[in-house]
Design a protein around this ligand. Structure first.
Ligand SMILES: [Mn+2]
Length: 383
């Protein structure tokens, strides 16, 4: 059995910027390649979209890409077990199994875009449940927990306590920081590698955009964690090549292969601390060869360096220059907290556990509902 794992496509990333098409180009190439590789299943470990309420044009481009495996794909797998409703539509062609990520998370009573795709019959959405597929007598169980705020992740996983399915190869899919693999130091993880439930043949994690395969010991067994990596460069922290993974399962044995995307921008990151480094970077920018997709160049500049010359260079690239980011981040730490997290934190001080729901309602412009929710809470408290 062959399974494509395509993570963090962030459809709609930089939608008003110069790289507005990048996320779609990358996701479509990954899906096309997965179909060409004749995979039996496609796993999508979260952050398919860049936002929790994608614009209709972003959503429709996503639908067009994610419909391809249903229409152009063919698979011999059959669903043999499920602890949630699965639409027959989503079993046409190559079935796709997704969890939602941190970027798509909404309050439980509001539909997130992955649930919307599930309702449209395009894919299966997992959150604290599992599905089992079979092909030629080989069974594969996919268990998924969608992205939750880091502070709740450990308790929720423990409470769910997933158990591997007997006589199947078991994959557990998450979208969290798993200590020591941390996405943001501002949201400390509550799951450590050793907290992962035992007995799964492969652990898959979205969320972290740098791909990595990590082997570790769990209750005396050697286990594998696949950090899938994103299909698009979002943060520009590191120069790396983007792609997706293909897992092959044969007689219980698991192989993992990385498929690099052809349609991606080269990424260059420069740290300029002195005149010599400044000259080298200027040289580099002047001599950039023309490419179909302009490269992305990120320049981190020491604040004492004069960048007037640098700014005048007409490079065939998407250039961003930041001054002394590290120093500034140390001082204004609050700025690196995602604004939504900050909003929820502020609400939490006043409204306690209602904060997340309230925040989403306010985001939706549901002023009356949020007001009556608060009114109910306070009238109850004053009784
Ligand atoms: Mn992501």
């Amino acid at each position: 059995m062959k399974i494509a794992v395509i993570s963090d496509t962030h459809l709609g990333f930089d939608y008003s910027g110069e790289r507005s098409d990048d996320s779609f180009i990358a996701a479509e190439e990954a899906i096309d390649k997965a179909i060409a590789e004749k995979v039996d299943l496609i796993i999508l470990p979260g952050d398919l979209f860049d936002s929790r309420v994608p614009k209709p044009d972003v959503f429709v481009r996503a639908m067009r890409i994610f419909s391809k495996p249903l229409v152009f794909g063919h698979s011999n797998v059959r669903l043999v077990e499920n602890d949630k409703y699965v639409s027959k539509l989503s079993l046409i062609g190559i079935p796709m199994i997704a969890i939602h990520g941190t970027h798509e998370r909404r309050a439980t009573d509001l539909m997130n875009p992955i649930e919307a795709l599930e309702h449209a019959g395009i894919m299966i959405h997992l959150h604290l449940n599992h599905v089992v597929f079979e092909k030629h007598g080989e069974r594969i169980a996919i268990h998924g927990m969608s992205g939750v705020p880091e502070r709740y992740a450990g308790p929720i996983l423990k409470d769910w306590n997933p158990k591997p399915v007997k006589d199947a190869v078991n994959i557990l899919m998450l979208h969290q920081s798993i200590d020591p693999f941390i996405y943001s130091p501002n949201e400390p993880p509550t799951i450590k590698l050793e907290d992962l439930p035992d007995g799964f043949d492969l652990y898959i994690d979205g969320h972290i955009h740098e791909r990595k395969i990590h082997e570790f010991d769990l209750a005396g067994h050697k286990r594998k964690l696949l950090i899938c990596g994103s299909t698009i460069q979002t943060q520009l922290k590191k120069e790396s090549r983007k792609g997706f993974n293909i897992i092959s399962v044969e007689n219980g044995k698991i192989g993992i292969k990385f498929i690099e995307l052809e349609n991606q921008r080269d990424v260059y990151i420069f740290d300029i601390n002195n005149e010599k480094e400044l000259k080298q970077t200027e040289e580099f920018l002047r001599n950039l060869p023309a490419k179909k997709l302009k490269p992305v160049v990120r320049i981190k500049l020491n604040k004492n360096i004069d960048d007037t010359g640098l700014k005048t260079i007409q490079a065939d690239a998407v250039v961003s220059i930041t001054k002394n980011v590290k120093e500034e981040m140390k001082i204004k730490k609050i700025n690196v907290v995602p604004i939504e997290e900050l909003g929820i934190k502020m609400l939490e001080e006043r409204a306690g556990p209602l904060a997340e729901v309230l925040f989403d309602m306010l985001l939706e412009g549901k002023i009356d509902e949020s007001f009556s929710m608060l009114f109910e809470k306070y009238s109850e408290e004053s009784k």
